[in-house]
Design a binder for this molecule. Sequence first.
Ligand code: ATP
Length: 237
Amino acid sequence: MLKIENLQVAYGGIQALRGIDLEVPDGKIVTLIGANGAGKSTTLRTISGLVKATAGSITYDGTELLGKPINQILAAGIAQVPEGRRVFANLTVLENLKAGAYLRKDKDGIEKDIKWVYELFPRLEERSWQLSGTLSGGEQQMLAVGRGLMSRPKVLMMDEPSLGLAPLVVQGIFEIIREINRQGVTILLIEQNANMALKTADLAYVLETGRITMKGTGAELLADESVKEAYLGKKRK
Ligand code: ATP
């Protein structure tokens, strides 16, 4: 289990995370919802080792990861899909996937996982030799997820995978998130599309200005009046 305790992060004098606790049990889909600036990206970036924490602890199966170098966190099985579907525009689809496996030495395993990603995203296989910068937005998001999977993570973290995508494409991305999870990968998802995220998640947390203010199952939060009002655009009756 990925476990975060009393995590605190400050940018200069500004406290972005004020001591958050999160549990991401193996095999689950966990979502973190919250308004702009609540600290969602900061949480993922701190777990990935991109942002330094001022206090707290991040453990995976009891091993402390906080303060460890990025490669070590990745090697422990925690991967983040690049934000804003950032892919290497000048590399082909296949080269991008191989880049996602850069820490691995098992050639056979890498080949197998390229096949796995192509099974999940047949569209990427068709476009294997295309330069990634010329892919559509939805295809770039698929590639970003595929690249994240190429490290064979135990936990895959995703930062707003639905951002800027058409509703049908968003549906497809959430279906693939469920499928990846069914195949044994634990998911930590942050989303502004709270409706889709809560429908998909087993467990959900609400983050408000650097604090967790609510937790429950996806269904519980979906039915909660204050969540409806604040995040689902529905008025209280
Ligand atoms: P959004 O959905 O808008 O991306 P978020 O919940 O992901 O929001 P964060 O990006 O984690 O929020 O930001 C939390 C707070 O920390 C915000 O007030 C933001 O302005 C601030 N912040 C984030 N990154 C930095 C940085 N590199 N330097 C200074 N302040 C930052």
